[in-house]
Design a protein around this ligand. Structure first.
Ligand SMILES: Cc1cc2nc3c(=O)[nH]c(=O)nc-3n(C[C@H](O)[C@H](O)[C@H](O)COP(=O)(O)OP(=O)(O)OC[C@H]3O[C@@H](n4cnc5c(N)ncnc54)[C@H](O)[C@@H]3O)c2cc1C
Length: 403
């Protein structure tokens, strides 16, 4: 009986296991994940789960019985230590050796660490896993001060949850604006205004140089010009793809495990999907490393189909979402690719979309609290469009779709 091994325990691993069965694979599937959980989704960890509004059952991608029903063996709390490509075997931390015909690496990513004096003090957190979220939640309490290092999506989502929990919140961002890496100056200003309006303090252009502590616990965050009192610190300064296992097995990596549009590595029996990959994107005509659920899911589906002997290509325009307070932001494409911005809707009402055009063609869109329109935004990417019609909220977006 053919055997497929999946290494990982996040969105990509969980989706790949399900997709293999959907594609008709009836051999053995073993999913091996280092964390002590069945595959789960990370987005709630900085949103509803952190806020205490969702339990673990809603965080798990699928419930335990799904894996039993589909005859998928899930080995949680087990790390794959090595891949022997010649023999088609993996070795786990328990010393076990398992044989594969096909292997999928869905090892995800790891938070970038801030290595500065005092960084080992208690009360300094990163946020990647359920355990991380539980540790942050245990430290949260009304009236306490949370200092968030990094004004990216995770930092701002944590800030929103902490302020809603009655805490004082200060965000320290090294760049000149929040969300600088991922969005336009206008959108950064919108989100800064939103957070400040809720009571979050934000200092941009501020570099953290270390942490001060009392009795082994963080008491302040040290910056170049001053120090800021802190009862708890959450550091969200980006992630690095987890390529350790692939690199040790001699697979080519360059800011992610290098795969082709079929999610295949240079070894024809080994595929990779999700945050850990660096992959070609045909619609955008460049290689990418993405940190998003839609990418993890789609690559997992593509890899699963190809592991089943089909010929499927990954060709999705990247998209992402972020929830802060009652605002849902959804983005498709890369706004930095545009040379013209078209606003549609009402920013003051927190319901609008910004389209990014290049040479009259839609290359990206950011939609706030407009999920229905966002579905159409995604379909408009790549189309040449009349900017005046696009800006007019009376124009039905559907009528602008080609064909
Ligand atoms: C707090 C937070 C909020 C987020 N919010 C959003 C959001 O709103 N929208 C969005 O699109 N994306 C969001 N993301 C990003 C999204 O969660 C990731 O893109 C997604 O989790 C990637 O899935 P993955 O399966 O590739 O990797 P991961 O989810 O990182 O899973 C990889 C797993 O592999 C395991 N592993 C690694 N090496 C081994 C090994 N050798 N042996 C066994 N197991 C191993 C790891 O322990 C880990 O469990 C968020 C991420 C975080 C952390």
């Amino acid at each position: 009986m053919p055997a497929i091994i999946i290494v990982g325990g996040g969105h990509a691993a969980g989706q790949a296991a399900a997709s293999l069965r959907q594609e008709g694979f009836d051999g053995s599937i073993t999913l091996i994940g280092e964390e002590p959980h069945i595959p789960y989704q990370r987005p709630p960890l900085s949103k509803q789960y952190l806020a205490g509004q969702q339990g673990l059952d809603r965080v798990h991608l699928r419930q335990h019985r799904f894996y039993a029903d589909k005859n998928i063996k899930v080995r949680s709390g087990v790390r794959v230590e090595a891949i022997d490509r010649g023999a088609g075997k993996v070795t786990t931390c328990t010393g076990e050796t398992l044989t594969y015909d096909g292997l999928l690496l869905a090892t995800g990513s790891l938070p970038r660490r801030l290595n500065a004096p005092g960084s080992a003090l208690d009360g300094i957190h990163y946020l990647r896993t359920i355990a991380d979220a539980d540790a942050i939640r245990a430290d949260m309490a009304p009236g306490k001060t949370a200092v968030v290092v990094g004004g990216g999506y995770i930092g701002l989502e944590v800030a929103a949850v902490c302020i809603a929990a009655g805490m004082k919140v200060l965000v320290l961002e090294m760049e000149q604006r929040v969300l600088q890496r991922v969005t336009t100056p206008a959108m950064s200003a919108f989100y800064r205004g939103l957070h400040e309006g809720r009571g979050v303090q934000i200092r941009t252009g501020t570099r953290v140089t270390g942490f001060l502590g009392e009795a082994g616990r963080v008491s302040a965050v040290q910056c170049e010009d001053s120090a800021f009192a802190a009862d708890l610190v959450v550091v969200g300064i980006g992630i690095l793809p987890d390529t350790a296992l692939a690199e040790a097995a001699g697979l080519a990596c360059d800011d992610g495990i290098l795969v082709d549009e079929r999610c295949r590595t240079a070894d024809p029996n080994i595929y990779a999907a999700g945050d850990c990959t660096n992959h070609p994107n045909r619609p955008l005509d460049r290689r990418l490393r993405l940190e998003s659920v839609p990418n993890a899911m789609e690559q997992a589906r593509v890899a699963a189909a190809n592991l089943c002997g089909k010929d499927r290509e990954y060709a999705a325009v990247p998209w992402f979402w972020s929830d802060q307070y009652e605002l849902k932001l959804q983005m498709v494409g890369f706004s930095a690719d545009g040379d013209e911005e078209v606003l549609r809707g009402d920013k003051a009402a927190n319901r609008f979309a910004v389209f990014h055009l290049r040479d009259g063609r839609v290359v990206a869109a950011d939609a706030v609290n407009s999920p229905k329109e966002f579905m159409l935004c995604r379909r408009l990417v790549g189309q040449r469009i009349d900017a005046t019609a696009l800006a007019n909220p009376e124009t039905d977006l559907k009528s602008l779709l080609d064909g």
